[in-house]
Design a protein around this ligand. Structure first.
Ligand code: NAD
Length: 468
């Protein structure tokens, strides 16, 4: 941490907090122990910070207490180790927030049925913090959201406690924080976007630089000091709004580029060009090109959702976010394209989709994870059923297709044995899990519709494969 000596930042809260962060004696509370909050809490615990996880889900809290995991890529042993050492515990008792020095909010930020931001989880959590808020505490929002949420929604709810945290501007070059002497607030508020990529084996949580910002310099310094202890790099921006926008830019960038390759895929299919071959070739350019890959549509908690948080906020400024809308339109149409490709492929084989038995492979929204939020597989199954097909599925991570907010198919996984595969009119690969034997799938199936180019290395029976 570096402070411009010419303009010292005179907040006793941040000084006390910073020394606690540096000595790793700051007690860290993480609220929302899901895909983001659990690994974050364990990261602080592993680094020697006494850490408490808070969740409203009693079942999760009980599992964590027993050192058990409910997320496939986080081993129970990693939890048990910290629980046994006494460095990590989980609770549903929000009164324990009074004992925390830092409170990190990692709760969901979905869209409502009208595709507008649903901040109810963030608001409920903040309202649960307010009665327990203490002088000198740092509260950090990590949930992805539109620019302005921390200042306009979270901070006013926290100030209902009677304590104050003034919004004042500061400057930063990413590392140094400079500010005029400020009114010291009673507590500290920051935003730091989560960049978790579940299942990513290349980058661990602590290796991904952490963007941080405070509503004032003291808060920014405190957040920088805390995260700097457990992340290899932090990067400070000059406002929580800039930090919130950073995360939305990252996800919108992916959303728009995926839409671009999805659209080019549709054109390439008409032109008889293999889009995956084209991307492999373009990738050889050492500058100015980042590969994105086409697929059956967007999935996950972030990319299909976050850009629409910005679209909603942009309306306040009478600004249409045309790239986001167009990308959303193209990506959302991909499941229909998958089903149309299957219908055409059956047609050319003198079969029809109505009453055909179809096996969908892969329910998770991406390979090798156990997360089906917003998964395009669910929409594909819905469309297949609407077309009168008899649908089964398999996914190594989902023995049963549990109920989601939108779907309730009541299905259980069917093992893709040779006999089972042969009994279906068609197999549709929606998620390209690494554990599948694609050669065997093609060998034993009559027709394989491949939405991910998962069968690229299969040499035999290629006439059975339809890339789409
Ligand atoms: N999953 C990702 O890959 C990812 C990546 C980057 C950012 N994010 C963002 O991080 C945030 C959290 O996402 P997630 O994937 O971890 O969600 P999740 O659904 O996996 O976990 C959220 C947890 O919060 C708990 N919860 C809900 N309301 C609560 C409340 N009022 N008090 C306490 N706990 C509560 C739930 O029980 C759940 O355990 C979202 O804003 C998301 O957009 C997610």
């Amino acid at each position: 941490m570096q402070i411009n000596k010419a303009h010292p930042i005179v907040s006793p809260e941040s000084t006390t907090f910073t020394s606690k962060a540096h000595s790793k004696s700051a007690h860290v509370g993480v609220i929302g122990l899901g895909y983001v909050g659990l690994p974050l809490g364990l990261l602080f615990a592993r680094n020697g910070f006494p850490t408490t996880g808070f969740d409203i889900d009693q079942a999760k809290v009980e599992m964590l207490g027993k050192g058990e995991s409910y997320i496939s890529h986080i081993p129970g042993s990693a939890i048990a180790e910290q629980v046994e050492k006494g460095g990590f515990c989980a609770t549903t008792d929000f009164a324990l927030l009074t004992g925390m020095d830092a409170i990190l909010i990692c709760v969901p930020t979905p869209l409502d049925p009208h595709r507008e931001p649903d901040l109810s989880f963030v608001c409920n959590t903040t309202e649960a913090i307010t009665p327990h808020l203490q002088r000198g505490q740092l509260v950090v929002l990590e949930s992805t959201t539109y620019p302005g949420t921390t200042e306009e929604v979270v901070l006013p709810l926290l100030e209902k406690s009677g304590l104050r945290c003034p919004i004042t501007r500061y400057e930063t070059d990413g590392f140094r924080i400079t500010a005029r002497p400020q009114h010291a607030g009673d507590f500290l508020v920051a935003f730091s976007p989560e960049r978790e990529d579940p299942g990513n084996k290349q980058f661990q949580t602590h290796q991904v630089p952490k963007v941080v910002a405070g509503v004032n310099a003291s808060s920014a310094l405190a957040a920088q000091a805390l995260y700097g202890q457990v992340f290899e790099k932090t990067f400070v921006v000059s406002s929580t709004r800039a930090a919130e926008m950073t995360k939305i830019l990252e996800n919108t960038y992916r959303c728009v580029n995926i839409a671009l390759v999805n659209e080019l895929k549709l054109l390439c299919l008409r032109m008889g060009i293999d889009i995956w071959e084209v991307i492999e070739a373009a990738k050889t350019k050492p500058f100015g090109f980042t590969p994105f890959f086409p697929g059956p549509g967007l999935g996950g908690h972030c990319i299909p959702i976050d850009p629409f948080y910005l679209t909603w906020k942009a309306r306040e400024y009478e600004f249409p976010t045309r790239f986001i809308e167009l990308a959303g339109e193209i990506n959302a149409a991909m499941p229909e394209h998958v089903v149309a490709s299957l219908r055409n492929a059956l047609n050319t084989r003198k079969r029809c989709l109505q009453d055909s038995r179809v096996l969908v492979l892969g329910i998770a929204y991406k390979k090798d994870i156990d997360d089906l939020r917003e998964s395009p597989s669910l929409r594909v199954i819905e469309l297949l059923k609407d077309n009168g097909a008899q649908v089964d599925y398999h996914d190594p991570y989902f023995p049963h297709l549990h109920r989601t907010r939108k779907y309730d198919f009541g299905l259980s996984a069917v093992e893709p044995t040779a006999e089972a595969l042969a009994s279906y009119e068609a197999v549709v690969i929606v998620t390209d899990h690494s554990s599948y034997d694609y050669a065997a799938i093609v060998r034993n199936s009559r027709l394989v519709v491949d939405t991910r180019n998962a069968t690229k290395d299969v040499k035999e029976h290629r006439e059975r494969i339809v890339l789409c």
